[in-house]
Design a binder for this molecule. Structure first.
Ligand code: A3P
Length: 305
């Protein structure tokens, strides 16, 4: 048994990463039993990096021929209910739900690249990874934990305490730099296998990134679709403003292991919110850690200056 660290969410360190206790058995079961299919598409992230957005965009893009956007399932289902979260399903003994999904499956996990079973690296399946400025991911994570801490068994964590823990890398699914770095490196080696997207890039040019995504998964937008404004419609459908306004995302909870209000997946949806939570000195301290960890990898662009 691995020692349990109380932290933000009780987590254990396994193969170099901190994993929430509730999901670790799921991740181990995936390692042992999951068999990837050659046409699987994996959506992978460190939490609070734009997972919900990526799920909505990939699901809408890949199912656009099946469902007209005006009557799309995303209008009545939370994005997390449209894409299976493998860590959770395997943890609660519902792996069969993943197996029963028709191909091509869209599957999500927060597992580090080095944890993925051999059938993922070795088959033709593809991975879309979304990365975010760690400072914004931290702020977003802290708000998310605060939201959860409304339930009596969770304690509130002052931001300063969360910051220190984050700097040590001792956060659930962390350290974030190692998580992103593993996928970054693989995306450079195997461009056809791993598409490395950035949250900030999606904010800047969502249309171009959705086109990249569609090409990567093998369902590019035809000229006719592009001229008809299909990409822009998908971007609008999946926008945070639209998602927030939908009844299905206003009420109710998501997640059998760590239940959380569906609304808490949609907060600000901007970049640079760290400026409202940390001093420049704190930001620089985190910058230095990140720069050191990512040194020489070519993964840059998150400096606070
Ligand atoms: P903020 O807390 O900074 O607003 P995840 O989906 O990985 O849990 O990440 C959640 C973050 O993505 C939150 O960031 C949330 O507001 C933002 N987000 C969720 N849906 C979004 C969307 N459609 N467009 C842009 N950002 C979105």
């Amino acid at each position: 048994t691995l020692p349990l660290e109380k932290g933000w969410v009780p987590s254990r360190k396994y193969q170099g990463f901190w994993y929430p206790e509730g999901f670790l058995l799921g991740a181990m079961a995936i390692q042992q039993r999951f068999k990837a299919r050659p046409d699987d598409i994996f959506l992978i992230s460190f939490p609070k990096s734009g997972t919900t957005w990526l799920k909505a965009l990939a699901f809408a893009t890949m199912t656009r021929k099946q469902y007209p956007l005006a009557r799309h399932p995303l209008l009545s289902l939370n994005p997390h209910d449209c894409v299976a979260y493998m860590d959770e399903l395997f943890a609660i003994g519902q792996a069969s739900k993943v197996e029963a999904l028709p191909s091509p499956r869209i599957l999500a996990t927060h597992m580090p690249y080095s944890w993925l079973p051999d059938s993922v690296a070795g088959s033709g399946c593809r991975i879309i990874y979304i990365a975010r400025d760690p400072k914004d991911a931290l702020v977003s994570y802290w708000h998310f934990i605060m939201e959860r801490s409304r339930s009596p068994e969770m304690k509130k964590i002052p931001f300063m305490e969360a910051f220190e823990t984050f700097c040590e890398g001792k956060v659930p699914f962390g350290p974030i730099w190692d998580h992103s770095l593993e996928y970054w490196r693989e995306s450079l080696k195997r461009t056809e296998k791993v598409l490395f997207l950035r949250y900030e890039g999606l904010l800047e040019d969502p249309v171009a990134n959705v086109k990249r995504l569609a090409e990567f998964v093998g369902c590019p937008f035809s000229e006719e679709e592009q001229e008809g404004g299909m990409v822009e419609e998908i971007v609008r459908l999946c926008s945070i403003e639209n998602m927030k306004s939908l009844e299905v995302n206003k009420d109710g909870k998501h997640g059998p292991i760590y239940p959380v209000a569906k609304s808490s997946f949609f907060r600000k949806g901007t970049k640079g919110d760290w400026r409202n939570h940390m001093s420049l000195e704190m930001a620089r301290r985190l910058d230095v850690i990140i720069e050191e960890k990512l040194q020489g990898s070519g993964l840059t662009g998150w400096s606070s200056q």
